[in-house]
Design a protein. Structure first.
Length: 319
């Protein structure tokens, strides 16, 4: 197939382009580099089956030639207000990517009679009252809170995708992505994985906010991409959670990073105000992914972190 991937220069988008090429498809990558990096695609530059278009998905999209599938991954994704790439610092761009970008990419799919896959997020569940979160859960979201620019953009994107499926008959899929980590994450992303790994590699104490009891479920990027590829090749139209259900507290995660890196710096606890409605617990129910896609994560947290550390060492100039 010839496949359009928006957000191609991002963390997930670049891994997705690589996987699609390895499967024998041709890929048209699209990005405006607002949060993505050209470095993430540099190794694909000489691949005859890869082409790149620099473009903002909030504007009308034209792709010459046939398009068999459209994967919409373009959006700022970091909730961290200290990062210049966080969606709280790019609020209008985030909402445009979710709303206008989804409309424009669905238009491409409709024009080419192509299948369509939307990258949605666990954030559509908000600060969940249900645990773990099933796809049938409607969510607990503040529509005007600080995080709403991302949460509501993705919720709107899902609604528009289903509207195109029901009204125009577009062959759509929706993946709800939970916390993912691995090589090509931005060092200045501001989220817990890059923060902890960098602090540990510098021999510094890891900063844990609050009492460290808040939980996350971390999925290694290769596992996630496998799930997304299986969903693309399936006939499933309703949302599917893709993530790792192995839940861990932030304090336990910090201790794990220190042990794997060999950091003697320890841990320091700091109080902070939560970012609006920052969820205290996050864990996917992946029953549907197991049943429909025959998918579940296979890479343990320790193995995934060990695969990720060399990338950070190289980017930090430590090797």
């Amino acid at each position: 197939m010839r496949i359009l991937v928006t957000g191609a220069a991002g963390f997930l988008g670049s891994h997705l382009c690589e996987r699609l090429l390895n499967e024998g498809h041709s890929v048209v990558g699209m990005d405006n580099f607002i949060t993505g990096s050209p470095e993430n695609l540099a190794h694909l530059a000489n691949n005859p089956h890869f082409e790149f278009i620099r473009h903002d998905v909030a504007n009308f999209i034209f792709v010459p030639g046939k398009v068999d599938a459209v994967l919409h991954f373009a959006s700022p994704a970091s909730p961290n207000p200290s990062s210049p790439y966080g969606y709280t610092n790019l609020p209008i761009q985030t909402m445009k990517a979710g709303a206008l970008g989804t409309h424009n990419t669905l238009g491409v799919a409709r024009a080419h009679n192509a299948r369509y896959l939307l990258a949605s997020t666990s954030e559509i569940y908000g600060d969940p009252l249900e645990h773990p979160q099933k796809e049938t859960y409607w969510g607990h979201v503040d529509p005007i809170g600080i995080r709403s620019v991302y949460d509501e953009a993705k919720r709107f994107a899902e609604a528009l995708t289903m509207a195109y499926h029901r009204y125009h008959g577009i062959d759509t899929r929706i993946v709800r992505i939970f916390n993912t980590y691995g090589p090509r994450m931005r060092l200045d992303d501001g989220r817990v994985v890059p923060n902890f790994i960098q602090q540990a590699l510098r021999g510094e104490p890891l900063t844990v906010y609050g009492d460290g009891s808040q939980t996350r479920s971390f999925c290694y990027v290769d596992d996630l991409i496998e799930g997304i590829y299986r969903l693309l090749m399936s006939d499933e139209h309703l949302p599917v959670n893709i993530g790792n259900p192995a839940e861990i507290t932030i304090l336990e995660f910090a201790e794990t990073i220190n042990r794997l890196v060999g950091n003697k710096g320890g841990i320091i606890m700091k109080q902070h105000s939560r970012l609006g409605d920052d969820p205290q617990r996050r864990r996917p129910d992946i029953t549907r992914a197991k049943e429909i896609l025959k998918w579940q994560p296979t890479i343990s947290l320790e193995e995934g972190i060990m695969r990720t550390i060399p990338y950070f060492k190289k980017k930090m100039g430590l090797e």
